[in-house]
Design a protein around this ligand. Structure first.
Ligand code: ZN
Length: 169
């Protein structure tokens, strides 16, 4: 594995990634996705964002059971008000587990590697993965959160609570 996995506080992880034009360089996107996928599997992650391998583009990958994701310019919106506590690790913040407040379900839109537009609703682990990975695209990592504290950039909803688990991504 020659591709480096950047670790916090590498400046690349702290900046907002740039949008991709999904119609430009389809093969370029596919090559980046393959690289990201290999790095994710090599490090046994559930997801990866392009900035984690030094590519400042809005691209993420994720996997959970039979769900596999390659996403360009992903956008996440809450689907309902329910929040969950998610126990997360991050490949770029090794050795740290953080309880993060996340939306239980999200509307998720993205372009795939073939230039096709997707608009889906996600729950369970995939919902948590895309929230974690799109945070990376905005320069936010688990290192920005207090240990075992609340997520700092989303207002928690005190009315609903449940818990779920996610591995490093
Ligand atoms: Zn991460």
């Amino acid at each position: 594995m020659n591709t480096p996995l950047l670790k916090f506080p590498n400046p690349m992880l702290l900046q907002r990634a740039l949008p991709c034009d999904p119609k430009d360089g389809q093969q370029v996107h596919i090559d980046v996705f393959k690289l990201m996928w290999d790095v994710m599997l090599h490090h046994k992650g559930l997801g990866l964002a392009a900035p984690q391998i030094g590519i400042p583009k809005r691209m993420i990958v994720g996997r959970h059971q039979k769900w596999n994701l390659w996403a360009i310019n992903p956008e996440v919106e809450p689907a309902g008000k329910d929040m969950v506590w998610s126990e997360e690790g991050c490949l770029s913040v090794p050795g740290r587990r953080v309880r993060v407040r996340r939306y239980k379900r999200v509307h998720f839109t993205y372009w795939d590697q073939n230039g096709k537009w997707h608009d889906v609703t996600l729950g369970s682990i995939p919902s948590l993965i895309v929230q974690h990975e799109t945070d990376h695209l905005d320069g936010i990592t688990l290192a920005n959160f207090k240990p075992y504290g609340e997520r700092l950039c989303v207002k928690p909803n005190p009315l609903t609570t449940s818990s779920s688990e996610a591995a490093s991504a």
